[in-house]
Design a protein. Structure first.
Length: 548
């Protein structure tokens, strides 16, 4: 009967030693013990247990169990309430029972474990033809059930995710695009309930969408490639009323367990409000752009007319002033000897006409600043300073001034305007000096780093800028006037204190604006001033700009 029956002491069991067994028991045990499939046998009124080696792994890590040769009720009390009635049913009725993936917890590995089984109970007849045992075939399916449960849980979570998602989701299967999964968000988009959609071909429920979406769905299903659409227009009919809007859409191939594409999953988000707002904004921007373009044309025309007027007025006013100066000289010569009062009057006329002529020439220069846009070239600012120092040589010697500069950059600019810019700044530094203090003027340059550039919102961060500083040790000014000094005709000192027309710094500001740059000043009264010049290295950054 095999090693199991020979090595076990059956004399201590209710069924006695093997040589006393019925032939039916011997035959059934022969099947059980030599089978490669897990089997065991309950025999007699006490349901004595027999099992084969194939069943041993299910007994736990030790591969042993005290069930062999013992009453089933004694060794499996934890499950007897379940299997006891089944065994009695088979013993009394002779009818087999069968269960698949049945949870039958029992004690193994030192604890109660939840075990799933697929098993059958069949009657076994003794030598007299009466049911005297139950033949059991079984296999443990715990792992299969756990995998199935995990898959089921995953599917349930997916279903919950889909149902509760705020974006519309629908899964379509096969050529007929049958709705397998759909959530309420999608139903709200198309004006249908989930019940109206589930299990039906999509285009039989929403036929108006077929001409616009059938080809897209077929393409995804046949190629397996996803399709993404942004702000795609759509419409459906809801209660005979046309509902339309815009959607962001994702068409994703829906694959089965075999990896083949069985359908299409669609994710859609209603962006109608955003698209309408964007279109409205674009319309407003277009209107504002048109208004700004019109205003710019008017401004350019007005500026051109003002520049032309300033040029004509300045040019035409110079001739009368020259006549005033000429006739003043003639009058002075005609009078010959003059009294102190007469000489004072004549001096006032000559000074006033000289200042007026200088003012007219400065206004004329200021009006012509924007006319040099075709003269932009690579300009060496060091050379510009060399020429200015040469021009002002006599004044520099007279003032005992020192001017230092080195390593000034080469920039794209109008050379004449650069000469006017630095000429005005150096002339101002030589003019606004302190009594008894020799003027010291320095010009330095460095690249403006990206962090510093961000602090000047009027500059274009795409371009590289040079930061030049023109510093002096003159009388300076109160910082509160730092912006006022760049306005045309603005003066901080009386005409008797310092000569000038009040146009020089306004001209500097205009020149920097022409070159897409910026100028500002810092000072402490009585301790000198520093003029900061920010000028781009290349004007090509501003190819689309109207300035220069």
């Amino acid at each position: 009967m095999g090693a199991l029956t020979r090595s076990f002491d059956w004399s201590q069991t209710p069924i006695g030693p093997p040589d006393q067994w019925q032939q039916s028991l011997r035959t059934t045990l022969g099947i059980v013990l030599h089978s490669a499939f897990p089997m065991f046998l309950f025999w007699g009124d006490d349901l004595i247990c027999f099992y084969n080696d194939a069943f041993r792994p299910s007994l736990g890590a030790e591969g042993k169990h005290p069930a062999l040769g013992k009453k089933g009720k004694e060794v499996w009390p934890e499950i007897w309430d379940f299997i006891g009635p089944l065994l009695n049913k088979v013993m009394t009725s002779g009818e087999p029972v069968w269960f698949e993936d049945q949870l039958v917890p029992f004690f193994r590995n030192g604890k109660i474990e939840d075990i799933y089984w697929t098993f059958s109970y069949s009657p076994v007849y003794d030598d007299s033809g009466q049911v005297n045992g139950v033949f059991v075939t079984c296999t443990e399916t715990t792992q299969k059930v756990m995998i199935f449960n995990r898959l089921h849980d995953s599917e349930r979570r997916f279903q919950n995710l889909v149902v509760n998602a705020t974006v519309g989701i629908i899964v379509l299967i096969g050529e007929d695009m049958v709705v397998e999964i759909v959530n309420d968000a999608y139903g709200q988009l198309v004006g249908r309930s989930r019940e109206e959609l589930l299990g039906k071909p999509l285009f039989s429920v929403i036929p108006e969408t077929e001409p616009h979406f059938r080809d897209l769905l077929d393409a995804v299903r046949t190629t397996g490639e996803p399709i993404f659409l942004s702000e795609h227009p759509y419409f459906v009919f809801v209660d005979a009323e046309k509902k339309e809007g815009f959607l962001n859409l994702v068409y994703q191939p829906y694959r089965a367990d075999d990896g083949k594409v069985h359908g299409v999953m669609i994710l859609c988000q209603d962006v109608t409000v955003q698209v309408i707002a964007k279109l409205k904004m674009e319309e407003i921007v277009a209107e504002r752009t048109q208004e700004l373009a019109s205003a710019n044309r008017h401004l350019q025309r007005s500026n051109a007319e003002l520049a032309q007027f300033a040029y004509i007025a300045s040019h035409d006013l110079q001739e009368p002033l020259r006549k005033v100066a000429t006739f003043t000289q003639m009058l002075e010569a005609e009078l010959g000897g003059t009294t102190d009062r007469q000489r004072n009057y004549l001096d006032k006329i000559k000074n006033a006409s000289s200042r007026m002529l200088l003012l007219i020439r400065d206004v004329l220069t200021f009006s012509q600043l924007a006319r040099d846009s075709d003269l932009v070239t690579q300009t060496d600012l060091g050379t510009v300073l060399d020429n200015i120092v040469d021009d002002l040589e006599l004044l520099i010697d007279q003032k005992h001034a020192s001017i230092t500069y080195k390593r000034l950059p080469v920039v794209e600019a109008v050379p004449l305007q650069m000469a006017q810019l630095f000429g005005n700044l150096i002339s101002n530094a030589l003019k606004f000096t302190r009594n008894g203090v020799d003027p010291i003027i320095s010009v330095s340059a460095e690249m403006l780093d990206k962090t510093a550039l961000k602090s000047y919102p009027m500059l274009d961060t795409r371009c590289a800028y040079h930061h030049l500083q023109v510093s002096d040790n003159g009388i300076g000014f109160e910082q509160v006037y730092a912006e006022q000094i760049f306005e045309i005709f603005q003066r901080l000192h009386g005409k008797k204190d310092f000569e000038g027309t009040g146009i020089g710094l306004a001209m500097c500001k205009k020149i920097l604006q022409n070159h897409h740059g910026h100028i500002h000043a810092t000072s402490t009264e009585g301790k000198g001033a520093t003029f900061h010049i920010l000028i781009p290295e290349n004007q090509s950054c501003f190819a689309d700009s109207s300035t220069l």
